[in-house]
Write a protein that binds this ligand. Structure first.
Ligand code: FUC
Length: 714
C-alpha cells in the first residue's frame, strides 16, 4: 500500500480535522494539541432511547383504501393531505431523539494536559494516521505520541514518550459520574442504558501509557463496569507492545487483502493531506488514498454488534445530526457497497445481524399499520428497532427500505455461493416478500401491481391537476425495482434450497404483474407512475436508477434503458445534482455502470473537492460517512464488475488512470481477480476460481471463456 498515510502539519481544535481511529466498535478522534491533547471517545452502543411499540398507527390501515382511491383518481393534492395525517407514525417517531428513538452519542472526552508545552505549533509538528497499521502518531521536538485501538483486546491505547513532568488527565462527559483514582478514571452514567468508560494510566521510564475501554448494557445482562474491568485487566497484562503488534497485524490482514496502484510521476504523498484534498485535480495518488481510507474506515467502524451508522462510529454529539442513526433509504446500504468486492465479508456481519433486529418490530409495523403479514421497515431505524413510518410521507412512506437491506444478503450469496446464507435468511426474505404480496394493489389505470400510497425517497413532483408540490403517488420506480429484485431473489433462494414451491408460484405471478421501467419526456427513466414535472430536477436522491446501481436491472443488454439512465443522471447534474457527498458517490457508481470512466472520474474529483473534510471524512454537510464508502465502491466499480458470470476488467477506466494495477479483488462467483494495465489496455491478469468453475471474462473488449484458473499476458 503506497498511499497509506493521512497526515497534517498542525494539531486542530476542529473535530472535522481530527484523526479517526477505531477497531470496529471502539473509536477515538485525536486532535493532537501540543499543550493539551483532546481525545474524543466513542463506543458503538452508546445510544440513548429505548424499545417502543407505540409508533405504529392503526389509522394507517383504516385509511389505506381511501388514500389509494384518491391517488388512483389523480387527486394527488387531496391524497397528500390525507397521507400527511395517516401515512405517518404516531407521536414524534424519529424526531424523538430525546425520547424513545434516541441518538447515538459520544463516550466523552479525555484531555491530557502537558503544562510544560505551549500551544504554539513547532515547524516539525506532524500528526499522521498510518492506515494499514491502524495507528496514529503525533511528533514534535523530542515528543512522540502513539495512538491505536486494539481489536483483539477492545482497548484504545495512547503512549506519550518523554512525557513532560506534571502531565494530567481529565475526562469529561455530561450527566456522568467521574471518579479519579491514582491510576484510573472511572466514568459511569445512564443513557438510559447503563454505561462505563474505564481509563487506566501509568508512567514507566518517563513514558505515559493510557489504556481506555468502554461498554454499555445494550442487549446484555453483564454490568458494563465489570466488562470494562475484565477487558482492561487483560490488555494491561498483555502490555503495550503486544497490543500494538496485534493491531498492526490486524489492520494489515484486513487492508492488504486488496490493493490498487496508479504509478505516477511526482507522488504528492509528502504534501499534507488537507492541502491535497483542496487541490485534487491530477492527484491520482489521492484516489488511491481515498480508496484505502474508505476500507480503513469500515474496518474501524463495522466489527462489533452494530453496523456502521451515519458517522461510522465517530460522533462528538449527544444529539447527533439525524441521530447518527441507520437511514435505510440509501445511507446504510451505501456503507457496505464495497465490502464484498474488497474481500471484507466479515465486516458485513453486523449489518446482517442488524437486519435480524428489524424483523420483530417490522412484523408489528406490518400488522398494525398495514394489516399485512411479514415485516416491513421504513426510512430510518435504530438499535432499538424502529421500523414505523416517518413523521412525513415525503421521506417516511418508503416501505421498501427493509427489502433494500436484503440485497446485501443476495450479494453475499452471489459472491460466496454459500447456501448457508440463504438458509439463515430464508424466513426473513420470505417475510419481506409476504408483506409485499399482501400490500401491493392493482392500479386501475394501468393494471399493474403497485405500492400505494408511496413516495420516491424524499423527492416531490408537481401535481398535474392543480400545480401543487406533492410526494405521494402509486408505484414509484424505486419501490418496483426493489420489490422485483426481492421477489426474484426469494425465488432463487427457494429453488436453490429446494423448498416452498407453492410460494414460488405466487412470487412469479406477482413479479410478472409489476410495472416495467418506462422512459419519460426528457428521455429519462421515469421516477413515478406518470411523467410528472419536478420542482427540484437536481434532487440528491436518484432513486429511479436503483435498477442501474446497486441493482443490475438496467444494463448494456437493455440499450434503450441504458441510454435513458444516462439522460437521467445528466439531467440531475445539469440542475445541480450530486451536491451531498453520498449523492456524488452514487453518481460515480452510476457512471461506472454506464462504462463512462471519464465521467466517473470527474465525479471523484468533485467528491474530493466539494464534499471532503480536511481529515478526509465525507461531508454531506455535515460529516456523514456514506460518501467515503460509496466513493470507495465507485473506484472499485470502475476497475472490475461481474454480472451474468462475466468478469469485466476495467469496465470504466478513465484516461487519467491509463496505467495501473489492482490486486485480489473479488468477483461474483467467488473469483479472485488481479490485473495490470498500460495505456488503458490490460497487459497482465489473473483470475482464480474455486473447483474449476467456468466463467467468462471481458479483457480489452474480447470475451474469453475459461474455468478454474486463467492467466493472461499480453
Ligand atoms: C437521507 C438523505 C439526507 C441525509 C439523511 C441522513 O434522508 O436524503 O440527505 O443523508 O438521509
Amino acid at each position: 500500500m503506497k498511499e497509506n498515510k493521512i497526515w497534517h502539519n498542525t494539531p486542530t481544535n476542529d473535530w472535522n480535522e481530527a484523526t479517526p481511529l477505531g477497531n470496529g466498535k471502539l473509536g477515538m478522534m485525536v486532535f493532537g494539541g501540543t499543550a493539551e491533547e483532546r481525545i474524543q471517545l466513542n463506543e458503538e452502543s452508546f445510544w440513548s432511547g429505548w424499545e417502543c411499540d407505540e409508533y405504529d398507527s392503526p389509522e394507517t390501515a383504516k385509511h389505506l383504501d381511501e388514500m389509494r382511491q384518491l391517488i388512483f383518481e389523480g387527486k394527488y393534492t387531496e391524497a397528500q393531505a390525507l397521507c400527511n395525517r395517516y401515512m405517518v407514525c404516531r407521536g414524534q417517531g424519529h424526531h424523538d431523539s430525546r425520547a424513545a428513538y434516541g441518538s447515538y452519542q459520544t463516550a466523552g472526552d479525555l484531555y491530557i494536559t502537558f503544562p510544560e508545552n505551549t500551544p504554539d505549533v513547532p515547524p516539525d509538528y506532524r500528526r499522521s494516521l498510518i492506515l494499514n497499521e491502524g495507528r496514529a502518531e503525533v511528533t514534535h521536538g523530542n515528543m512522540k505520541r502513539d495512538y491505536f485501538v486494539s481489536y483483539g483486546y477492545n482497548t484504545a491505547v495512547i503512549r506519550v514518550q518523554n512525557c513532560p513532568a506534571g502531565t494530567t488527565l481529565r475526562y469529561a462527559r455530561e450527566n456522568t459520574t467521574v471518579i479519579y483514582d491514582p491510576h484510573e478514571i472511572i466514568a459511569v452514567g445512564y443513557l438510559p442504558t447503563k454505561f462505563t468508560v474505564l481509563i487506566h494510566h501509568e508512567q514507566k521510564d518517563g513514558d505515559l501509557y493510557v489504556y481506555i475501554t468502554a461498554a454499555t448494557a445494550y442487549k446484555t445482562d453483564r454490568d458494563p463496569k465489570a466488562v470494562c474491568r475484565e477487558t482492561l485487566d487483560c490488555a494491561i497484562e498483555a502490555g503495550y507492545d503486544a497490543l500494538l503488534q496485534e493491531t498492526k497485524e490486524y489492520f494489515a490482514s484486513m487492508l492488504d487483502r486488496v490493493e490498487i496502484a496508479f504509478p505516477q510521476s511526482g507522488s504528492k504523498a509528502d504534501i499534507p493531506t488537507d492541502q491535497r484534498i483542496a487541490n485534487p485535480e491530477g492527484d491520482i495518488g489521492l484516489v488511491e488514498l481515498y480508496f484505502n481510507f474508505g476500507r480503513y474506515l469500515l474496518v474501524g467502524s463495522s466489527r462489533g454488534r452494530l453496523p456502521a451508522n451515519l458517522q461510522g462510529i465517530w460522533c462528538k454529539d449527544y444529539y447527533a445530526p439525524w441521530s447518527a442513526d441507520f437511514h435505510i433509504n440509501i445511507n446504510l446500504q451505501m456503507n457496505y457497497w464495497f465490502a464484498e468486492v474488497c474481500n471484507l465479508p466479515e465486516l458485513v456481519e453486523p449489518f446482517f445481524e442488524f437486519i435480524k433486529i428489524l424483523v420483530e418490530p417490522g412484523s408489528r409495523t406490518a400488522r398494525v399499520a398495514y394489516n399485512c403479514p411479514g415485516w416491513v421497515a421504513h426510512v430510518c431505524t435504530t438499535p432499538w428497532g424502529y421500523t414505523s413510518l416517518g413523521c412525513h410521507p415525503v421521506y417516511g412512506a418508503f416501505a421498501a427500505a427493509g427489502a433494500w437491506c436484503l440485497r446485501h444478503v443476495k450479494e453475499r450469496w452471489l459472491y460466496s455461493g454459500d447456501k448457508a446464507i440463504l438458509q439463515e435468511f430464508y424466513p426473513i426474505i420470505k417475510g419481506a416478500s409476504e408483506f409485499f404480496c399482501a400490500y401491493l394493489v392493482r392500479d386501475p389505470r394501468n393494471g399493474h401491481l403497485v405500492t400505494a400510497p408511496a413516495s420516491s425517497p424524499e423527492n416531490c413532483f408537481i401535481s398535474p391537476n392543480d400545480g401543487s408540490v406533492v410526494s405521494i403517488c402509486a408505484g414509484p420506480t424505486m419501490d418496483t425495482s426493489i420489490i422485483r429484485e426481492l421477489l426474484e431473489f426469494n425465488i432463487e433462494a427457494a429453488n436453490t434450497l429446494g423448498i416452498d414451491g407453492d410460494f414460488v408460484k405466487t412470487l412469479e405471478e406477482t413479479a410478472a404483474q409489476l410495472r416495467p421501467f418506462r422512459i419519460g419526456k426528457h428521455g429519462q427513466i421515469m421516477e413515478w407512475s406518470e411523467d410528472f414535472d419536478e420542482p427540484e430536477p437536481g434532487h440528491r436522491h436518484i432513486s429511479h436508477l436503483y435498477g442501474l446501481y446497486p441493482a443490475a436491472q438496467i444494463r448494456q443488454s437493455t440499450p434503450e434503458l441504458f441510454d435513458a439512465a444516462r439522460k437521467t443522471i445528466e439531467r440531475r447534474l445539469a440542475h445541480g445534482g450530486g451536491h451531498t457527498g453520498w449523492s456524488r458517490a452514487w453518481i460515480i457508481n452510476f457512471f461506472a455502470r454506464l462504462a463512462d470512466g471519464n465521467a466517473a472520474y470527474e465525479n471523484i474529483v468533485a467528491l474530493l473537492k466539494n464534499s471532503t473534510l480536511p481529515n478526509m471524512f465525507d461531508n454531506h454537510p455535515p460529516f456523514q460517512i456514506d460518501g467515503n464508502f460509496g466513493g470507495t465502491a465507485g473506484i472499485a466499480e470502475m476497475l472490475l464488475q461481474s454480472h451474468d458470470d462475466c468478469i469485466d476488467l476495467l469496465p470504466a477506466l478513465p484516461d487519467a488512470w491509463s496505467d495501473g494495477e489492482f490486486k485480489n479483488f473479488k468477483a461474483r462467483g467467488g473469483f479472485t481477480v488481479s490485473a495490470k494495465w498500460q495505456g488503458g489496455r490490460v497487459v497482465d491478469c489473473h483470475i482464480a476460481g474455486k473447483d474449476g468453475q467456468p466463467f467468462r471474462a471481458r479483457i480489452n473488449g474480447d470475451v474469453i471463456e475459461a474455468s478454474g484458473q486463467y492467466i493472461y499476458q499480453a
